[in-house]
Design a protein. Structure first.
Length: 366
């Protein structure tokens, strides 16, 4: 196993995404400043100081830590992330907002532990699959462990509720199973069961029904459940081909709900236009393709699965955000990675990106 320099092309993509993300976040947050200056400075502190600052520090350290460390302590990392996510239900520790119990509040700092859970899941599942190797074809070593892990995660996340994070974790797990060599027919069967379970969940959850109805008929309730997607589409339409110009969005001031969060890609479309929006999509595609190349050249099965899981999760989440903003997927509320408000998310994904860069320093020996 030969160590080399980090993958420069992947690093450049990350730098561009983070730089663009900070710029668009600040621009989108001007809508918050116009309404409540105190909230604006709190949001800015959370994103720039805690998210970006701590994330870059964490990224530096993960660049220095040999990737085998994560395999050695994978079970404990996953267990800790499970306990941390469940801690949102502890009185005086967990904090609810908008009817969801997803945050832990420590003094003036609050964070979403589910972001740690996503990370912990990928690390442990990569370690498990690399241990099982060819035995993943056996139900007991491939699909069953994933079902057990997802059952535990579902029990915690559905109580919060946080369906979107469960879907992201599940899709990432399916992708990692596929990469590890599980037969496609087994995966298709598993996905069919998962879709059936999701359909049953939607049937019993009115808030999920509203999102599906809004997706199927975006104009059904323009002042209610359809308001966000209507305003998002208006933002894209007013942006045209080249956009209104950086910082010139009108929708972010009075119309888009959470322009710095759930609707940030709509702000991108309005300010940078069709060209800018497509450019952002291309950047995420390049991130995925280069990440998969790093995974293919990784020194062993664990590192390859770890890189694959990280880049797939980041791109899946980003495309889910983009798709919901342009109306081709139900509204989810997931942040656009490296751009949307979410200090915990930004910090964790920068740390995870550091792991990908660390693994890119090693080359498979043939």
């Amino acid at each position: 196993m030969k160590e080399k320099k980090v993958d420069k092309f992947f690093l450049i993509i990350v730098i561009i995404l983070v730089t663009l993300g900070v710029a668009m976040f600040v621009s989108a947050s001007l809508g918050v400043l116009a309404k409540n200056p105190t909230t604006f400075y709190n949001v800015l502190f959370s994103q720039i100081v805690l998210g970006l600052g701590l994330g870059l520090v964490g990224m530096y350290f993960t660049l220095k830590i040999n990737y085998k460390f994560w395999r050695k302590y994978s079970f404990y990392i996953f267990l800790l992330s499970i306990l941390l996510t469940a801690a949102v239900f502890v009185p005086h520790l967990g904090w609810s907002h908008g009817g969801a119990q997803r945050w832990i509040k420590l003094g003036i700092i609050s964070f979403q532990p589910v972001e740690f859970l996503k990370f912990g899941f990928i690390i442990y599942f990569a370690a498990w699959l690399s241990w099982a190797k060819n035995k993943v074809q056996d139900f007991r070593f491939g699909i069953l462990p994933l079902l057990v892990m997802l059952s535990i995660i579902a029990f915690i996340l559905f109580k919060q509720p946080d369906t979107k994070s469960f879907i992201l974790i599940s899709l990432t797990g399916f992708s990692m199973l596929f990469i590890s060599g599980v037969k496609i027919r087994y995966l298709l069967s598993l996905m069919a069961v998962a879709l059936l379970a999701l359909g049953i969940l939607v049937f019993f959850k009115p808030y999920l029904q509203d999102r599906v109805k809004t997706f199927l008929n975006p104009s059904s309730d323009p002042q209610g459940s359809s308001y966000q997607i209507q305003q998002s589409l208006i933002a894209f339409g007013s942006g045209g081909i080249f956009g209104r110009g950086f910082g010139q969005s009108v929708q972010k001031f009075s119309y888009l709900p959470e322009p710095q969060g759930d609707s940030i890609f709509s702000v991108v479309g309005e300010e940078l236009g069709f060209v800018g929006a497509v450019s952002v999509i291309i950047l995420y595609l390049l991130f995925l393709l280069r990440g998969i190349k790093i995974a293919n050249n990784s020194p062993d099965l664990f590192s390859g699965l770890l890189v694959s899981g990280i880049v797939i999760l980041i791109v899946l989440q980003s495309f889910m955000h983009i798709a919901s903003n342009i109306g081709v997927f139900p509204l989810t509320g997931v942040p656009l990675v490296f751009m949307s408000h979410g200090g915990t998310s930004l910090m964790i994904y920068l740390i995870a990106t550091g792991i990908v860069l660390q693994i890119s320093k090693f080359k498979r020996q043939y």
